[in-house]
Design a protein around this ligand. Structure first.
Ligand code: HEM
Length: 457
């Protein structure tokens, strides 16, 4: 068996110039690596050896075949653990498997219809607010990220915790944005400053963490006091018996950690995905009109319900294409080899870091011709078979893939399908196209506004 030695970037002493480029221009730097070195490359940055893989076969090898030995890099996990605690996002091995099994029942298919009803209440309430404003003015401009973050936060809190957090939405949104910014900054640092040190970052971090902690602890303690089974994730966690552990129920601290992760992972990434989806629909009114036609043909004049979603193939293709062009969770694909491992014809030594980029693989012309073009047709049943497995992985792949995949797809579908027949949205004149920017999720760098008006038949 031959072993390939990989080329890679060498920029400045200890490759620090490359490290700086990676930190400051993540998206461009990944694209340039692929252009310059092809599907695989490797380099050293200071003491770290890091391998970059962009081919779908390697994605499969890394996330699926070798998922027991190639684990999430502990460094970013240490950063996220500061507020996620020991939740299933953070842990590994047997402990992770137990936690995943405890949370999994909340994502069983039989629960989705009930979730859809709760989602629809929130989706329609916001739509009605917009329509009310449009009674007195021909159009309104909205900040898309602010709106989508509040909506997805309300949805996750209502579906998983039967809790209304609207009054605190803006406070939570600010706290999450602060932590996302700090996390991105801390991941580049060689070590974490202890939390007790009164640095500027630590003060901001503690204040943001206190907001989220209070919200989640209030929910957990109140439910514990009420002692009522509301049939949601929170009741499920409070009643769960850790049969493979010590056989006891989860401590409040364990419940708090899982609830925090579900609240954060369950709204922030979806909001980022919706920013791009709404912008693409504004930019491509023909695609939005085709969605309206499909909805009209499927449902007539009644609103779309849960059972209609499998029939909306064009809408599904639009969402998948949007996730291809702008996969919101690109930061999670930094892994570490815990043993020597072979990926294709490359030997990756124990301890090396392994990086994937859905953004690069999703824009490879071999799998997606004219990759920068928004073309939902690629995901229609007649064409989707020509996309190789693992060339599209916005939700990851293998055992650590996103637990909320179907939840997020349903949520995005219902939002668009319930708004489009009543509302039309367009780009704002003079506003430049949004530039992707990475913090915890891939979001538009600057505030993105869209102009909404009533659809007139
Ligand atoms: C468009 C929306 C979403 C995207 C693109 C997304 C993407 C991802 C990705 C890429 C991962 C990591 C996969 C890996 O490391 O291999 C992940 C993990 C995770 N996601 Fe999502 N996600 C979304 C929505 C959600 C929702 C709605 C929930 C919960 C309701 C959720 C909960 C989680 C959790 C708990 C994990 C960690 C799973 C584990 O480690 O076992 N996500 N997600």
């Amino acid at each position: 068996m031959t072993t390939k030695t990989l080329n890679g970037p060498k920029e400045g002493v200890f490759n620090l110039r490359f490290a700086k480029r990676l930190r400051n221009q993540l998206v461009d730097t990944y694209e340039s690596l692929h252009r310059e070195f092809g599907d695989r490359c490797a380099c050293r940055i200071g003491p770290y050896q890091i391998f970059f893989f962009f081919h779908p076969d390697d994605v499969h090898e890394i996330l699926v075949t070798n998922s027991k030995t190639i684990l999430r890099d502990p460094r970013p996990m240490q950063v996220f653990a500061q507020w996620n605690g020991n939740s299933l996002l953070i842990t590994e091995g047997e402990q992770w498997l137990r936690q995943r099994r405890l949370v999994q029942p909340a994502f069983q298919a039989r629960r989705f219809e009930a979730y859809s009803q709760k989602m629809i209440v929130e989706i329609d309430a916001l739509k009605d607010q917009l329509l009310a404003r449009l009674k007195t003015q021909p159009s309104v401009e909205i900040d898309v990220d602010e709106t989508m973050t509040s909506l997805t936060l309300n949805i996750i809190c209502q579906t998983m915790f039967s809790t209304d957090l609207k009054a605190r939405a803006s406070e939570i949104r600010t706290a999450v944005a602060t932590l996302a910014e700090i996390a991105y900054h801390e991941m580049q640092q060689p070590f974490l400053w202890p939390l007790w040190l009164p640095t500027r970052w630590n003060r901001r971090k503690k204040a943001a963490m206190a907001v989220l902690d209070q919200v989640v602890w209030d929910m957990v303690r109140q439910r514990r006091r009420e002692n009522v089974d509301k049939g949601d994730l929170l009741s499920m966690l409070l009643a769960a018996v850790d049969e493979e552990g010590d056989g006891g129920t989860l401590t409040d601290r364990q419940v708090r950690d899982e609830a925090m992760t579900l609240m954060l992972a369950g709204h922030d990434t979806t909001a980022a995905a919706l920013d791009w989806l709404f912008w693409l629909l504004a930019k491509h009114p023909d695609a939005a009109d085709r969605c309206r036609q499909e909805i009209q043909q499927t449902c007539g004049d009644r609103p779309v319900e849960f059972s209609d979603l499998p029939k909306l193939t064009w809408l599904n293709a639009v969402i998948r294409e949007s996730l291809r062009l702008y996969p919101p969770a690109i930061g999670v694909f930094l892994r570490k080899a815990t043993q020597d491992v072979r990926i294709g014809d490359v030997n990756v030594p124990k301890g090396a870091l392994i990086s994937l980029s859905s953004l690069v693989t999703h824009r490879d012309a071999r799998w997606f011709p004219e990759p920068d073009r928004f073309d939902p047709e690629r995901f229609l049943p007649s064409r989707v078979g020509s996309i190789p497995p693992y060339a599209w992985f916005p939700f990851g792949a293998g055992p650590r893939s996103c637990i909320g995949l179907h939840f997020a797809m349903m949520e995005m579908s219902l939002i668009v399908a319930r708004w489009l027949p009543a509302l039309r949205w367009t780009t704002v004149a003079g506003q430049p196209d949004p530039v992707p920017h990475m913090t915890a999720a891939l979001r538009p760098k600057d505030i993105l506004k869209l102009r909404f008006e009533v659809v007139r038949q």
